[in-house]
Design a protein around this ligand. Structure first.
Ligand code: ZN
Length: 247
């Protein structure tokens, strides 16, 4: 039996499977992993310095000089076959939830319904002063119209992306829910994540400790490879399409 067929069999036999996704699932959609230093736009900047809450507070013009590029990079990007496979699994009752580190909104665009975004999302930005929220299309328009390239609230203060910035705590409710889902999952399907960024890196441990299984579909090595019931190391889109064909 192929590894894809073995993963399909695990999914068929599971009752509370949960997916955990990282940047690797969006790479086939043309979105580079901005933690990988070698890739294009991020080659000359340190994201941990410029995408930091202190940088936003100190110098919103410089912050948006960087973050505006991130928004531009996401413009027009579409979900790929891996996103669609997870949405189809949920629709078929074979997957409960997608927990994601990604901020790109592509799981929702692919049709996934129950999504836990542990690092927030670009879908909404909010005012740093009054807290008013603005949807992405509106933020793009304000970004383009502002002479300094800073999207501003109607009250005049800079907007900030609804993304967890470096130097900020992760949203407690989302983390709590992710931990509960991982602990209750009989199968945690990890896709496109190197499983090293905490607290997401702790989720497979919760599943394994509670007697569940972990499956990994990721090109890079992970600390959980030797604990995985199945490990697929090819292109995430091709691997998940093969799993769907075997289901
Ligand atoms: Zn405001």
């Amino acid at each position: 039996m192929s590894d894809a067929a073995r993963l399909a069999a695990l999914l068929r036999g599971s009752r509370s499977a949960v997916a955990l996704t990282g940047a690797g699932i969006s790479v086939p959609s043309g979105i580079p992993d901005f933690r990988s230093p070698q890739t294009g736009v991020w080659a000359n900047v340190d994201p941990m310095a410029v995408a930091h809450i202190d940088a936003f507070n100190r110098d919103p013009v410089a912050f948006w000089g960087f973050y505006g590029q991130r928004f531009a990079l996401l413009d027009g990007k579409e979900p790929n076959g891996a996103h669609r496979a997870l949405a189809a699994l949920e629709a078929a009752g074979r997957l409960r939830t997608v927990i994601t580190q990604n901020i790109d909104g592509l799981h929702a665009a692919a049709g996934s319904r129950d999504i836990v975004e542990v690092h927030g999302s670009v879908a909404v930005s909010r005012c740093s002063r009054c807290g008013d929220e603005y949807p992405l299309a509106d933020v793009r328009a304000r970004l383009a119209a502002d002479p300094e390239g800073v999207p501003r609230c109607d009250c005049g203060a800079p907007l900030r992306p609804g993304v967890v910035l470096f130097g900020e705590l992760l949203p407690t409710a989302a983390i709590d829910r992710a931990m509960e889902l991982a602990a209750r999952a009989d199968l945690l399907l990890c896709v496109g994540s190197s499983l090293v960024v905490h607290p997401v890196a702790g989720l497979p441990e919760l599943t394994l400790a509670a007697g569940g299984r972990v499956a990994i579909v990721t090109q890079s090595a992970t600390p959980f490879d030797r604990h995985a019931a199945v490990r697929l190391g090819g292109d995430v889109e091709e691997e998940l399409e093969a799993v769907m064909a075997a289901l």
